[in-house]
Ligand binder design. Structure first.
Ligand SMILES: *Cc1c(COP(=O)(O)O)cnc(C)c1O
Length: 410
């Protein structure tokens, strides 16, 4: 059928036209990260040209993806044990690397045990859906800004759900109050909300959970490695880990690798291990990835150097943006969202940053954020220099100037 579209193909082409008309068609930047040069990377443009750019939107907040201990642990594991794990966890795919990493995250959060999944997405999906299925007549109370992976898990659990307004304790309490005392309840929330950069009132949510007999499920994906004296997340920093029933995290962000995990009481984790399809029916992660992740987790339990550099840079960056008059969402976290509010203008800002300033920022659009709140989500990492930070602040100051040609786009 070369040259003529089938009906199937035409349908999908029309879907794409619709997405393009809304200004939210996504183009991926092809990058080549260079060990020793982070946050610099090579950008391979569609026309074949290559240039060095500075990454300003990554989640490798501490540069652990290029940490020599992390790289060596991965190389060593691959050379000793090979490329793949060789099976699903149940059928020959449980390696020493899995067991060691699960012990490491259980220790990180002070929990009885841990369980590793292919990614944080799969961990949330598998854990929440299983909790929802196994607890009879359960209702899950979910923050309205929860990540897509938590929403997928809650849907998969096919139990009742109630959505409370983002970080709104009064609303959460009114919903809890409306439920029978004996009904099982799970409060599912995040510590750091990565698109707004704000942090949940964890202590107050734990107080409500205690009062109304709810199970607490906390996603610390954007906090593990970064917050707390051992990188245990915001709950560790605030001395609240023991009040959270299940803590979920990823090795893909501050730990610079890949994979997700949950930690909690043995019986609960064992039930999820025994039931969750996303855990059972897939080949387990390769030992090299797990060994690297374990090296990153263990390193950040004892080293505060990377966290120190990150927070110094975040404070510096926020101060520079304030002086430059750039309006950003001033949450407590390390993430700096700058809302543009219109998809085409947002994309144009990022195009100019890339072409004229060699600064790589991916525009964030619907469905990652609500329509009309399209934004830049800026991340200063431990590896950015003073000059990098000043350079980004200056670039934004120029783009936000009332005289900039960009005004014509908006
Ligand atoms: C990225 C993210 C996840 C998924 O983690 P991955 O390891 O990338 O699959 C889960 N929750 C939140 C809040 C996230 O931002």
């Amino acid at each position: 059928m070369i040259g003529s579209m089938t009906d199937y193909e035409r349908h999908f082409a029309e879907c794409i036209s619709g997405i393009k008309a809304e200004g939210r068609y996504r183009t991926f930047a092809t990058l080549e990260r260079i060990v020793g040069r982070f946050p610099r990377a090579l950008h391979h443009a569609p026309d074949g040209s290559v240039k060095e750019v500075t990454i300003w939107c990554g989640n490798d907040y501490l540069g652990m993806g290029q940490n020599s201990k992390v790289i060596e642990a991965g190389i060593d594991a691959m050379q000793r044990t090979g490329a793949g794990a060789g099976g699903t966890r149940n059928i020959s795919g449980t390696t020493r690397a899995h067991v060691e990493l699960e012990d490491s995250v259980a220790d990180l959060h002070g929990k009885e045990t841990g369980l590793v999944f292919s990614s944080g997405y799969v961990a949330n999906e598998g854990a929440l859906s299983t909790l929802g299925k196994l607890l009879p007549d359960c209702v899950i109370l979910s923050d309205s800004m929860n990540h897509a992976s938590m929403i997928a898990g809650i849907r998969g659990g096919a139990c009742a759900k109630m959505i409370y307004r983002h970080n709104d304790l009064e609303h959460l309490e009114s919903l809890l109050k409306s439920l029978p005392v004996s009904q099982p309840k799970i409060i599912a929330f995040e510590s750091v909300y990565s698109m707004d950069g704000d942090i949940a009132p964890i202590k107050e949510i734990c107080d409500l959970a205690e009062k109304y007999g709810a199970f607490t499920y906390l996603d610390e994906v954007h906090a593990v490695g970064l917050y707390g004296p051992r990188g245990g997340g915001v709950a560790e920093e605030r001395g609240l880990m023991d009040r959270i029933d299940m803590i979920e995290g990823t090795f893909g962000k501050a730990y610079g690798c890949m994979g997700g995990f949950i930690t909690g009481r043995r019986a609960v984790i064992d039930a999820i291990r025994s039931v969750a399809p996303g855990f059972i029916f897939t080949t387990s992660l390769p030992p090299a990835v797990l060994a690297s992740a374990c090296a990153a987790v263990e390193h950040l339990k004892i080293s505060g150097i990377e966290r120190g550099a990150l927070w110094r840079n975040v404070r510096e960056f926020k101060a520079k943006l304030t002086v430059a008059g750039i309006p950003f969402l001033s949450g407590e976290s390390h993430i700096v969202p700058v809302v543009v509010g219109e998809p085409n203008c947002c994309r144009e800002v990022t195009n100019i940053l890339m072409t004229e300033y060699n600064l790589y920022v991916q525009p964030i659009n619907y469905p990652t954020v609500p329509r009309g709140t399209e934004r830049l989500r800026l991340t200063a990492t431990a590896a950015h220099s003073q000059e990098d930070i000043a350079g980004m602040a200056t670039a934004l100051e120029e783009l936000w100037s009332p005289h900039h040609a960009l005004r014509a786009v908006a």
